[in-house]
Design a protein around this ligand. Structure first.
Ligand code: SAM
Length: 283
């Protein structure tokens, strides 16, 4: 919304419970746009447009913008602002209740200075199909670090594996609290997320994969032999042979395993519990 003082309608006070920290740093806004790549003719879905600082930049470059805002007052203000620009659609909704792909009606890219209280659910919501060709998020720096972490690093965990199995994550740049109004209590960062050409795990096993990874990192100080025994209830010798069959050291800790290691293990567990196909009588 354009009027920030005296002349125009008054802006509503930021609502803390909706994670409202409005970005006013031009360089950070431009960094989000740059990380999205070429926008001409493309559809952008924006999460939480707020007062429209990012929306306005997207509207000037993209073919279509669909912005999803939960705050009724902000959504109403944006609807007025964009009433005469039909390529910008403001949707008043909880972003977790809408299908991003259905809103886009075709290929799309995703952008958002997201509300920090639901960052993780948003990241997983955006993994549903159809996935955006690229997503750029402004998130808490601590979350960005975990999203992009590599095996063996201190912050590598379930979030890293469960995202990186499906997408490539790139840490773009840090953004300080003073870039926002009101300033949040924490550092923030811009991350770029692009779907992997071949995900580490196939759709059939996605659910089991996520559950197993969360379980394993719940036991991150334990060795994989113990982790597997605890999570499956199988005996030690079976766990050892499963791990060795997957080329995983039974003494390794979960924090050293790659997405592909976890994927091999989840597939092996699924194969173990799937009864073999009955032989067909061939006459
Ligand atoms: N994009 C704006 C900017 O950069 O200045 C605002 C970012 S602010 C961190 C997060 C925005 O998401 C707020 O406008 C807030 O009202 C909105 N929001 C909070 N929860 C939401 C939800 N569940 N669905 C959609 N929008 C939400």
């Amino acid at each position: 919304m354009t009027s920030r003082s005296g002349a125009g309608p008054r802006l509503p006070q930021p609502r803390k419970r909706l994670g409202q920290h409005f970005l006013h740093d031009v360089r950070a806004l431009e960094a989000i746009i740059d990380a999205l790549g070429p926008l001409a003719g493309r559809t952008v879905v924006e999460i939480g447009p707020g007062r429209g600082a990012l929306t306005e930049r997207l509207a000037g470059r993209a073919g279509r913008v669909v912005a999803v805002e939960l705050d009724r007052d902000l959504a109403a203000g944006l609807r007025v602002e964009y009433a005469l620009r039909p390529h910008v659609r403001i949707v008043e909704a909880d972003v977790l209740d809408v299908s991003l792909g259905a809103l886009a009606e075709g290929p799309y890219v995703l952008a958002g200075n997201v509300p920090y209280y639901i960052t993780t659910p948003i990241l997983f919501h955006a993994l549903e199909h159809p996935r955006p060709d690229v997503a750029v998020y402004l998130v808490q720096k601590e979350v960005a670090d975990r999203m992009a972490a590599v095996p063996g690093s201190k912050v590598y965990g379930a979030l890293s594996v469960n995202l990186q199995a499906f997408v490539k994550v790139r840490f773009m740049r840090a953004v300080g609290p003073r870039s926002f109004n009101p300033p949040p209590a924490v550092e923030s960062a811009i991350v770029q997320v692009v779907p992997r050409e071949t995900p580490a795990i196939e759709p059939l096993h996605e659910r089991a994969f996520r559950t197993f990874v969360i379980g394993a990192f719940g036991l991150r100080r334990k060795q994989m032999l113990r982790v597997l025994r605890t999570l499956t209830g199988l005996d030690a010798s079976e766990c050892r042979s499963l791990l060795e069959g997957c080329d995983i050291d039974p003494m390794a800790r979960p924090e050293t395993l790659s997405c592909d290691d976890f994927a091999r293990l989840v597939r092996a567990l699924a194969a173990r519990s799937t009864p073999p196909e009955p032989e067909t009588a061939s006459g």
